[in-house]
Design a protein around this ligand. Structure first.
Ligand SMILES: Nc1nc2c([nH]c(=O)n2[C@H]2C[C@H](O)[C@@H](COP(=O)(O)OP(=O)(O)OP(=O)(O)O)O2)c(=O)[nH]1
Length: 267
């Protein structure tokens, strides 16, 4: 439970990609708390300002670039010594910004590869986010034999925990099984699999949550949860028909990854 009684300060930050699939990080300028720490560019939302306008303003002020479109991603609450912040991160695709990067506040900036960040120190609230960025945004396969995708480091596989061998880095486990075990399996990243919103609060220490969506009702429930804001990456596992119907809405609402269940695809 969050015990911090200080008012929450609304902050927006942009996770901007380039055409090589790298992420833009910048250092905090002198004079601010945590000066020299690395972060995603952004800042406080002003009174009466909406989040998108705040994001556009901050990027223009700090880096001289124009954000045309951004989709919501993760939301975090973090208690710093200097402030209690409500952070909302947006993802900005390579085609959705323009301009020439300039360090307008004397800060540094750097394009970084997810899974292999070389700048430090990072703002403490961002650790889990950086890990989440190494999770591909598109995967496919079958849960019982494993899922496949790709990130900037190469192939990314998720295998059932029950069949995992020591070299498997990413495993998935059903939420019911997780509850029976009482603790997360040892792995570089653990995907907890759920079927309904009621399970969401029970998987908050997983690295990724994979929602197995079987019908329109569950698909709508995913949209509703995303609209509330999620603090860890949510992936959706669905067949081609559901993907066709809902992929755009899930993306616009802030889904991290779409996982195509290709079980019914012709072999
Ligand atoms: N911009 C940004 N802020 C972050 C990130 N992660 C994180 O914990 N924060 C925190 C640090 C700060 O407490 C707060 C952002 O406030 P800020 O001081 O940078 O905001 P600002 O640019 O509007 O500053 P100012 O005009 O008030 O000086 O959010 C991140 O990735 N990006």
């Amino acid at each position: 439970m969050n015990q911090d009684a200080r008012p929450l300060i609304r902050v927006v930050a942009g996770v901007v990609l380039n055409h090589d699939g790298d992420y833009l990080l910048s250092s905090r300028p002198e004079g601010k708390p945590y000066a020299g720490y690395w972060e995603f560019a952004g800042g406080k939302v002003e009174p009466l300002e909406n989040e998108m306008d705040a994001l556009k303003r901050e990027f223009a002020e700090e880096l001289g670039i124009t954000i045309h479109r951004a989709v919501p991603w993760l939301t975090k609450i973090h208690a710093y010594e200097h402030a209690h912040v409500h952070l909302r991160f947006f993802r900005v695709a390579a085609d959705d910004w323009s301009g020439r990067l300039q360090a307008k506040e004397g800060q540094q900036w750097s394009w970084q590869r997810a899974g292999d960040f070389t700048v430090s120190p990072m703002l403490p609230a961002n650790d889990a986010l950086l890990k989440a960025l190494a999770v591909p945004t598109e995967l496919f396969g079958r849960l019982n034999t494993g899922l496949r995708g790709e990130n900037r480091m190469g192939e990314y596989r998720v295998v059932p925990f029950a069949q995992a061998e020591p070299h498997h880095e990413n495993v998935w486990i059903d939420e019911n099984e997780l509850a029976r075990r009482g603790k997360l399996p040892e792995a570089k990243s653990v995907w907890a699999v759920i079927d309904e919103a009621a399970q969401w609060p029970r998987v908050q220490d997983a690295d990724v949550v994979l929602w197995r969506v079987a019908d329109n009702t569950a698909a709508e429930a995913v949209c509703a949860l995303l609209t509330e804001g999620v603090s860890l990456p949510l992936a959706v596992y669905a067949d081609a028909a559901l993907m066709r119907r809902f992929a755009e809405r899930w993306r616009a609402a802030g889904v991290h990854a779409l996982v195509l269940n290709d079980e019914t695809a012709p072999v």
